[in-house]
Design a protein around this ligand. Structure first.
Ligand code: OSB
Ligand code: MG
Length: 371
């Protein structure tokens, strides 16, 4: 296959409910949409879901635009390839920039799936026809506000609720949610906000009896040693997110037993091929995996649904309905969750139509390239 033209669309969509993490609060999101067309006129779509600022990972929307435009798109334009597993090799000399790479590679995967007439999930080796969705709830102004959010999502059928925690917002909200929902699948995500000190260990020890499904990314990215120390002490599984950007990071984590669960994000790992490889490695080591989200618009969301259909994704993934985040999504039909279950699309390619007029309406800038 040969990609003959590419377009980058910088698109901003308003959020239906603003979202706070341990670092900041947001009310709209800007993602870069990658459109690749081959010599037969078939189009593939990808999404660069980098947050605007360098607080989750080191990339920004602006750095991703620059990296895609200057380095990644020139590397894929005009190149010959048979399978999307080869695409990351075209820009292998570029270090890091996983979100930018993931969006370009995702477009190559959806192009390949469309071209070969198979659903993306099938092209990836997916085995499930439905995937279970969980929701991720931000830090709220009060415990009552948090309980309102939990109730809203449990009532709409989501079987798993993840709570963001940060120093000062940890044991109390967990106690409140556990008190109100004794049997709910609840886990917490610290986004690396705790130092690996005795005080933090005390907080995690206090969380341990609350039967959380996991404690996600307690310590700074790549602090594998404190994470291993914590896992050795706790019954609750530690899950790694920010710590694992590469397959080598994952090998380090598995060897050190720096956790027991892996959050696989397509964006964080530079694309679907690496995400699938991480799934295979984790499965071989006996770590369950799930797919983490980055508040994706519909294109990245469908890629998350597709990867979540692989057999090792045994825990609920961040593949909640488009409507949890966006009043209008850039795909038709939008992703929906029925009782917390999302159906894996069976039509060839991405699995939905891309709403190009809506993309144009919300685009802040667009750039086109030809081979
Ligand atoms: O750590 O999982 C995270 C969003 C932005 C940055 C980091 C994270 C998140 C989420 C998003 O939790 C969850 C979703 O997309 O449904
Ligand atoms: Mg996380």
């Amino acid at each position: 296959m040969r990609i003959v033209s590419a377009t980058l669309h910088d698109v901003e969509l308003p959020l239906v409910h603003s979202f706070e993490t341990s670092s900041h609060r947001k009310s709209s999101l800007r993602h870069l949409i990658v459109e690749l067309t081959d010599e037969t006129g078939t189009t593939g779509w990808g999404e660069i879901a980098s947050p605007a600022g360098p607080y989750y990972a080191s990339e920004t929307t602006t750095s991703a635009w620059h990296t895609a435009q200057e380095y990644l798109i020139p590397a894929v334009l005009g190149a010959e390839w048979e399978h999307p597993d080869e695409v990351s090799g075209l820009y292998a000399k570029v270090r890091g920039h996983w979100f930018a790479k993931a969006g370009v590679e995702m477009a190559a995967w959806t192009l390949f799936a469309a071209h070969s007439g198979q659903p993306l999930a099938q092209a990836l080796g997916g085995t499930r026809s439905t995937v279970t969705a969980g929701v991720s709830l931000g830090i709220e102004p009060s415990i009552d506000d948090l309980l309102t959010q939990v109730a809203k999502h449990v009532d709409s059928g989501y079987p798993r609720v993840k709570l963001k925690i940060a120093p000062g917002w940890d044991v109390e909200p967990v106690k409140a949610v556990r008190g109100a929902y004794p049997e709910l699948d609840v886990h917490v995500d610290a986004n690396g906000a705790y130092p690996g000190d005795e005080e933090a260990f005390g907080i995690f020890r206090a969380l341990d009896p609350h039967r959380l499904t996991m404690i996600e990314q307690p310590f700074a990215p790549r602090n594998f040693l404190d994470s291993a120390r914590l896992q050795a002490e706790l019954d609750t599984p530690v899950c790694l997110d920010e710590s694992v950007e590469t397959l080598d990071d994952l090998r380090t984590a598995l060897e050190l037993r720096a956790g027991a669960v892996l959050n696989i994000k397509v964006s964080r790992m530079g694309g679907l091929s690496a995400a699938r490889e991480a799934h295979n490695l984790a499965q071989g080591a006996g770590w369950p995996v799930w797919c983490g989200g980055m508040h994706e618009f519909g294109i990245g969301r469908l890629a998350n649904v597709a990867i979540s259909s692989l057999p090792g994704f045994t825990l609920p993934s961040d593949v909640s309905a488009s409507g949890k985040y966006y009043a209008e999504d850039i795909i038709e039909p939008a992703v929906t969750a029925d009782g917390g279950v999302v159906t894996v699309p069976t039509r060839p390619g991405l699995g939905a139509e891309v709403r190009t007029a809506l993309i144009a309406e919300h685009a802040k800038q667009t750039a086109s390239f030809t081979a």
